[in-house]
Design a protein around this ligand. Structure first.
Ligand code: F6R
Length: 243
């Protein structure tokens, strides 16, 4: 794993944007695996600014997202589909029909997981962007998820529900289940870019980078990926002093 320590969130976002925009310019037909959450917001703002100022085009780009809450429609303000449209996709020249995410309202979860597995198979990702859960999760693969997993429905860990409650009016509104891309599929991306910001991620960063590769720390699997870059700001990198 290549590790970049940024001095702050701004620098983390700038370095991530350099990698992502560089890839899009180099391969205008790239497939991007994207993430939601607070961490990539700075990166997305820079991608939008670059698109406006420098004309980097997303006309032939495809995107697939990591995960979606089960039970929330695409129009719900807290759905990840809505988050992606508002924070990135609608601001680019991308064809929205070429942006995929699990359907939180699918009537049959098994069929939806199979559909998404097929999408991921059909469009191999050139890069997969990840955030990191404070418990070491990647996408919604909580500790204990088998490394061989494909798209599946998860029951969110109690601390994930609490972490995510800040975006809802009340913790009781946070869905308890979600669809997520599996760890096997995350690892199939040609390149992985994982971002971690803030002191509450320091423990998870330390375990992911220096700890044992174990299903109890989902992000530790990234040590086995041939082209994985972690960008952490100083607070998130606090447990990496001797690296
Ligand atoms: C988001 C996702 C999650 C987040 C993680 C960190 O699509 O899959 O794994 O990346 O929970 O979230 P933030 O960035 O909000 O700290």
């Amino acid at each position: 794993m290549k590790i970049i320590i940024a001095k702050d969130y701004e620098e983390l976002s700038a370095k991530a944007a350099e990698i992502m925009i560089g890839l899009v310019r180099q391969n205008p037909k790239a497939v991007l695996g994207l993430a939601t959450g607070t961490t990539p917001l700075g990166l997305y703002a820079k991608m939008i600014a670059d698109h406006r100022e420098n004309g980097t085009s997303y006309v032939h780009i495809r995107t697939v997202n990591l995960d979606e809450y089960k039970g929330l429609p695409k129009t719900h303000r807290q759905s990840y589909a809505y988050f992606m449209r508002k924070n990135l996709l609608e601001e680019l020249d991308i064809d929205l029909n070429h942006t995929d995410i699990e359907d939180g309202m699918a009537s049959d979860a098994e069929t939806e997981c199979a559909r998404y597995d097929a999408v991921l198979e059909k469009f191999p990702r050139d890069i997969q962007l990840l955030g990191l859960g404070s418990n070491g999760h990647i996408a919604f693969n909580e500790p204990g998820t088998p490394f061989g997993s494909g798209t599946h429905v998860v029951t969110l860990a109690e601390n994930t529900v609490k972490d995510n409650a800040r975006l809802f009016e009340d913790v009781s509104e946070v869905p308890r289940q979600a669809f997520t891309m599996g760890i096997r599929q995350i690892m199939q991306a040609k390149k992985i870019l994982i971002l971690a910001s803030g002191a509450n991620k320091a423990e998870a960063v330390g375990k992911a980078v220096k700890g044992a590769v174990t299903e109890l720390v989902p992000a530790s699997v990234l040590q086995l990926h041939p082209d994985c870059i972690l960008i952490a700001d100083r607070d998130a990198a606090a447990k990496l002093e001797n690296i």
